[in-house]
Design a protein around this ligand. Sequence first.
Ligand code: ATP
Ligand code: MG
Length: 715
Amino acid sequence: MTPSFDRKRKLDLGASYELQQENGTNPWTGKAYSAQYQKILQARLKLPVYQFKEKLLDAVSKNQIVVVEGETGSGKTTQIPQFLVEAGYADQGTSVVACTQPRRVAATSIAARVADEMDVPLGEEVGYTIRFEDVSDYNKTVLKFLTDGMLLREAMSDPVLSHYSVIVLDEAHERTLATDVIMGLLMAVLPKRTKDSQYGELKVVVMSATLDAKKFQDYFNNAPLMKVPGRTFPVETFYAAKPERNYVEAAVRTTLQIHQCEGPGDILVFLTGQAEIEQACEEIRASAAEMCGKDTPELVVYPLYSSLTPAQQRKIFDRAPGPRVEGGAPGRKVVISTNIAETSLTIDGIVYVVDPGFSKQKVYNPRIRVESLLVSPISRASARQRAGRAGRTRPGKCFRLYTEQSFHEDLQETTYPEILRSKMSNVVLTLKKLGIDDLVHFDFMDPPAPETLMRALELLNYLGALDDEGEMTELGYQMSNLPIDPQLAKMIIASPDYGCSEEMMSIVACMSVPQVFMRPRETAKAADEAKAQFAHQDGDHLTLLNAYAAYAAVPKSEKKQWCWDNFINDRSMQSADNVRRQLTGIMTKLQLPLVTTDRRGNGSFDYTAVRMALTSGMFMQVAYLQKQGNYLTVKDNQVVYIHPGSVIDSKPEWVMFEEFALTTKNYIRTVSSTRVEWLVEMAPHYYELSNFPECEAKAELELAYRRLAHSRSKN
Ligand SMILES: Nc1ncnc2c1ncn2[C@@H]1O[C@H](COP(=O)(O)OP(=O)(O)OP(=O)(O)O)[C@@H](O)[C@H]1O
Ligand SMILES: [Mg+2]
């Protein structure tokens, strides 16, 4: 990497760039522009941001931070990063213009679009980076779209972000956890990246459709605000006359009505989660099949939620089917999505939006250390953003399934920032790695509750990532290299001590991807039987291990069929394979041994060793069986039940769990049994009895400590 670069030279490069463009040659490829490029260019030139190009570039050249507020569809995300590249802010191999996105699917799809717009192959001059997937070229890429979480990861190895010349923080109003942390980080980095600094000046462009501009300007040292008016096409909004009792049912009904009564154009429906979305997909498909044969055009339905693999998510961009008969009405596409489609995404052809007014939102309760997702009403800002999805490529309509009065009176103006609703252990580890020790005075736009920070520090201390002074330990450094939760990272790093790092990587890989076991409602019994082949009585983690091992043993050409026969999600397994490969790479980099207990290579694992390694990371997520038959979480004393989907049916005395789902009943999910003697041996600092709340588990722990002392005195 060149330590410094000359902005003047780069601007000259910019001039020759334009010269070449005028000659019809693509300066990046040296080839003539394609017909597709010319066609897209005509549409791009009409976008509202074009009138602001000069003003914007002028503001950026004069200020380190600029805030841009532009209506949805005005061309912010796709055009502004390109303006910056054309103006000479990027230089291959030394400085990149980055544009952050809160969501993976937005980062990948926008990168693809912009690569088309610049007439270059995706992954070369224009690329993207999301967790476990990097489609960019260090020496070639000049414009990179990445999730805000990935930028944070990159900052870990490059604390002043030396590889970047401009960071475009897109969708800032979403206030995701990572965006908020990046903003705070930039406040610390920007004074170190001024014009005459080693790596040259770093510019920041903060963008959003609906942001509280004043708050952002104040935060960013009175940065100038640029307003881009005008959405590309008008959107007509309709409200429900009276409140809907069941919003899923109402959404399905509205979608079918649009299909029958409205003109051509695709439909985007917002629901809150996977189960609801799949249910709505099925119902709409079934009704559409009944309509088939009449004059109604064909209808295809795609789900979109974050646990689908990127490949499945990309399906939403497939074209709607053509007319059934020549000259007939064209077919229609319906995308049913969580709020991941609320921002950034342009799904070509969407004309109708159905908005029931709900989304799943993260809620964290530091007292019981539980983070859960609850269905909650959206904010007015979200509702506007959703409506904006309809006017992207032509005039649209938005159907709000709540009353106009409710919109004005019941919805909050903006969504509560995620940082105030999340556990912070990951963030704290990241900040520590970045050398930020004084978390209390870190410049957060909205500081998280002190109790939440305390909980995070405590958790990292119990895991051994931070010492008692709050300093990062060697283990902490190793853990921060893994792009996963600290508990999972700890399990992986500890696993060689139990001789089972290969097993642990398989388990963690399966835990990092969408549902491995499929259970379609109509064939639930057969699916349960298939899963039973892999079931291990000691828990769901071991069951995942068995399933992964079985999958790995099947020849490549037969994997797809095997998955189908065994009710296993083929795409999830492919993703798990990819995640596992990356984990292996990181293990190798950290010089941690890759070892297995399956010495004969036939799947005969030492399950006890694997459970011990699991316990080393999960000793804080443990529940104890009460005499009445329910479980009580250790220390927090919450009554919980093992989720019915778990393979465990024998009610072991001690269990560890991955997830605490607050629904109608408090369920723990992905559960394995553990042993009291491991808990007291591995985590005596956590299971310290002097401050342990009175409960049935306490007597057991006391006994275990006595047994441990006894066996130690004998040795
Ligand atoms: N994949 C695509 N296919 C077709 N047209 C697209 C695509 N992506 C963008 N466009 C066009 O470019 C316009 C600008 O899109 P862009 O994403 O830059 O808007 P934006 O200002 O960032 O909006 P938002 O606030 O909603 O993120 C869209 O309105 C649409 O006309
Ligand atoms: Mg955008």
